[in-house]
Design a protein around this ligand. Structure first.
Ligand code: GDP
Ligand code: MG
Length: 758
């Protein structure tokens, strides 16, 4: 336990970790690490980089992260995803499946800079994790498989990064593959991502003989040992290009550097001016420092993205990538956050992730925007309007946590003791501090049209997509029901994309999730982490319902309960709204005379009745979408209870919806399959049987990329089928595209099947 003691002597404590043997192997904490860890408590904000790594699954995010941790000195051994012993994929399921599910935050230092890195998952079932991470990042590294260029999931996360204005650096990984292709990858960044790639390096050698890169700014050649099996890539040679180098390489570098300078001059006026006044046509004289400054401005303004290349698996090119993170991605104070100004140094932080730890209870990841976070203090949660006490403050090192005395703005910290906080909440020092910030925001004119006093100073949270799959979950015995509920509560706080509800008819607990894998993982975690063997019902698709025509009707309810007579009659109309992107909802209006005639209480009762019928459509009991409802008349006998009014309205709604004719909307997914040409036929044949519509077939080297839309209901177990069809050579990704009306035959087949099930 040498490392434990040295942490203690440095005034820091090491917490017990969940997978200690693993951590000990990786984290041989030594005295010099502790020195730099000490800096955790007070780093200079300009030297912090909060970054994420994003990519399509299998592009090499986890492998790249491992190399970063290793070269920065925080791990003593190189992890390998193929052996299942990486640091960031620490959940048992992730190690087994070799994919990253929960984004784990890791903190390490690189050349006097502090890097907080969030490893984001690539699987589409977990896009919420990515979104959540992007919300609190200042910059991102996009990792590409250089033989595949931009793939489906990269496009999705790239759009998310754009939405949050996150500056990016691109890393073309897997340059060691024979099919790696620099110009193809650059073109795909241009065309598919609509980004402006700024190539900063050119590769030395290709395929198996890929040995390093030439840095176009400094004209230095960085090379790693080629084939020594045990070489960890720690040491590499860096030498200025000179006449001893191959003439082809010199020429290529000359041309690429000139192109870079011209491109940067086009993107940055300051550099263009400098070029004109100081250098003229003499590009050789352009200083690498000036060029780097200009590339940084271009990156921060998102006018271009620096592109680097390497091979993480072969330990080449990762150190220059880390240099690029520090050089081009922004420090927290270079990002624009009004909140920082309004809080004037008072605490303001965003909870972006909650984890449940058996011993310590909920652990909340906070990104501090302003002020200082201290343990043993009370903080105010603006979203829950509650005050909570934070007991301890930790710095996350994957599944290892180091306790610290305070945390300043720009950093990411892990807190213990916040029991009510959920993902997306804003944490401030007190209500009064929030009110003061709101005042400043209003004076600033920056609060926009926000209503409530402190809403304007709440950080916007994360949008939670609608779940597309659901299934029932049952405990082994009724005695375990309470344990199961507790487990599900914990899991939901960690993962807002998981929804749990009770089936109104059967009373069973229902899990709703983003995909087959998502539900499978939840099931697995309940077993492993909570020790409950649960039974899952068949996986079902989350349909929506809508109506075909307009209809209006009336209904009357007249009942005497005990001494009291309840009598209500309602007249209402329903009409279809234009359909129908995901999230499209329903609308409710009251006829004008009712606005004054109905008491607030009765109006609420009517609304409740309407809303409850929106949640359970007449065909499948699925939520309704695209239905406009108009309440035309309400007559009430005095003394009628609100519950009776709601019941009457719901019954009338059901009648109207039936009259209007129902139709089922089903989730339709966009599918991308990458497959060798010789297997394309069988994949297409299979797709036709799944009611798929092919949108495009593109070529990528020897492979075909098939773009299609397919109803989700037809995609259960697709990964297994595709593996069989193509002997495991194809890959695919699936993402919710829209909800679409089913054709009448398919709809009646579905309704018959459901009726048979009941
Ligand atoms: P992630 O899904 O993006 O986290 O990707 P992983 O890091 O798990 O890597 C996916 C697969 O690609 C693994 O089998 C890695 O060994 C492999 N891989 C990663 N980097 C490279 C590389 O630079 N070259 C080659 N040839 N394979 C790589
Ligand atoms: Mg991974």
């Amino acid at each position: 336990m040498l490392w434990g003691r040295s942490l203690l002597t440095a005034g820091l404590q090491c917490c017990s970790c969940r997978v200690s043997c693993h951590v000990k192997r990786h984290y041989g904490f030594l005295a010099d690490d502790v020195k730099s860890l000490k800096a955790v408590v007070n780093p200079d904000i300009s030297k912090i980089r909060n970054i994420g790594i994003m990519a399509h699954i299998d592009a090499g995010k986890t492998t790249t992260t491992e190399r970063m941790l290793y070269y920065s000195g925080y791990t003593r051994a190189l992890g390998d995803v193929d052996d299942g012993d990486t640091v960031t994929d620490f959940m048992a399921q992730e190690r087994e499946r070799g994919i990253t599910i929960q984004s784990a935050a890791v903190t390490f230092d690189w050349k006097t800079h502090r890097i907080n890195l969030i490893d984001t998952p690539g699987h589409v079932d977990f896009t919420l994790e990515v979104e959540r991470a992007l919300r609190v990042l200042d910059g991102a590294v996009a990792v590409f498989d250089a033989s595949a260029g931009v793939e489906a999931q990269t496009l999705t996360v790239w759009r998310q990064a754009e939405k949050h204005h996150v500056p990016c650096v691109c890393f073309l990984n897997k340059m060691d593959k024979p099919a790696a292709n620099l110009s193809f990858s650059i073109e795909s960044i241009k065309h598919k991502l609509k980004a402006n790639p700024v190539l900063l390096q050119i590769p030395v050698g290709s395929g198996k003989s890929f040995s390093g890169v030439v840095d176009l700014l400094t004209r230095r050649k960085l090379t790693w040992k080629l084939r020594s099996t045990r070489d960890d890539g720690q040491v590499f040679q860096s030498k200025a290009l000179d006449q001893s180098d191959e003439p082809e390489l010199l020429q290529e570098v000359g041309e690429a550097r000139a192109a870079l300078i011209e491109q940067v001059a086009d993107l940055d006026d300051e550099f263009a001016e400098l070029l004109l006044t100081d250098f003229g046509d003499n590009f050789d004289a352009v200083s690498s420092v000036k060029l780097q400054e200009a590339v940084r401005r271009v990156t921060l303004a998102r006018r271009g993205v620096p592109v680097l290349c390497g091979s993480s698996l072969r330990n080449k090119g990762v150190q220059p990538l880390l240099d690029a993170v520090v050089a081009y991605l922004p420090a927290p104070d270079e990002r624009h956050h009004d909140l920082v100004r309004w809080y004037e140094g008072d605490l303001c932080a965003l909870a972006f992730k909650v984890l449940h730890d058996k011993q310590r209870g909920p652990l909340v990841f906070l990104r501090v925007y302003s002020g200082t976070l201290k343990p043993q203090t009370a903080v105010h949660n603006l979203n829950r309007n509650s005050t909570e006490r934070m007991s301890r403050l930790l710095v996350p090192f994957a599944d290892q946590h180091v306790e610290i005395p305070f945390m300043t703005a720009g950093n990411i910290a892990l807190t213990v003791g916040l029991k009510q906080t959920v993902t997306g909440d804003t944490i401030v020092s007190s209500r009064a501090a929030a009110a003061a910030a709101a005042r400043r925001a209003r004076e600033d004119g920056g609060a926009g049209d926000k209503r409530a006093e402190d809403v304007s100073v709440v950080l916007s949270g994360v949008e939670v997509p609608d779940p597309v799959f659901f299934c029932t979950i049952e405990p082994p015995t009724m005695a375990k029901q309470a344990d199961l509920e507790n487990a599900l509560n914990c899991l939901q706080r960690e993962d807002p994309s998981l929804k749990v509800r009770a089936d109104p008819d059967s009373g069973q607990t229902v899990l709703c999730g983003m995909g087959e894998l998502h539900i499978e993982i939840v099931h697995d975690r309940i077993r492993r982490e909570y020790g409950i063997e649960t039974q899952l019902g068949p996986l079902q698709v989350a349909y929506r319902e809508s109506i075909l025509h307009s209809a209006s009707t009336t209904d009357t309810l007249d009942r005497t309960v005990g001494e009291r007579r309840h009598a209500a009659s309602v007249e209402l109309a329903v009409a279809p709204l234009a359909v129908s992107a995901p999230g499209d909802s329903c609308e409710l209006v009251f006829s004008e005379h009712l606005e004054t005639q109905l008491s607030a209480e009765m109006k609420q009762a009517v609304e409740n009745g309407v809303h409850s019928s929106w949640h359970h459509g007449p065909l499948l009991g699925s939520p309704l979408q695209g239905v406009a409802t108009r309440i035309q008349g309400v007559r009430l006998e005095p003394g009628t209870s609100v519950a009776m009014v709601s019941a009457c309205v719901s019954r009338c709604m059901l009648k109207a919806l039936r009259l209007a004719g129902g139709r089922v909307l089903e989730p339709v997914m966009s599918l991308e399959v990458t497959v060798g040409e010789e297997r394309l036929g069988s994949v297409l044949g299979d797709l036709a049987q799944r009611r798929g519509t092919v949108r495009d077939i593109q070529s990528r080297h020897d492979d075909k990329v098939l773009l299609a839309t397919v109803p989700l209901a037809e995609m259960m177990g697709y990964s297994t089928v595709l593996r069989t069809l193509t002997s495991g050579t194809a890959s695919f990704s699936l993402e919710l595209d829209s909800y679409e009306a089913m054709n009448p035959q398919d709809q009646s087949a579905l309704l018959r099947r459901v009726a048979g099930l009941l």
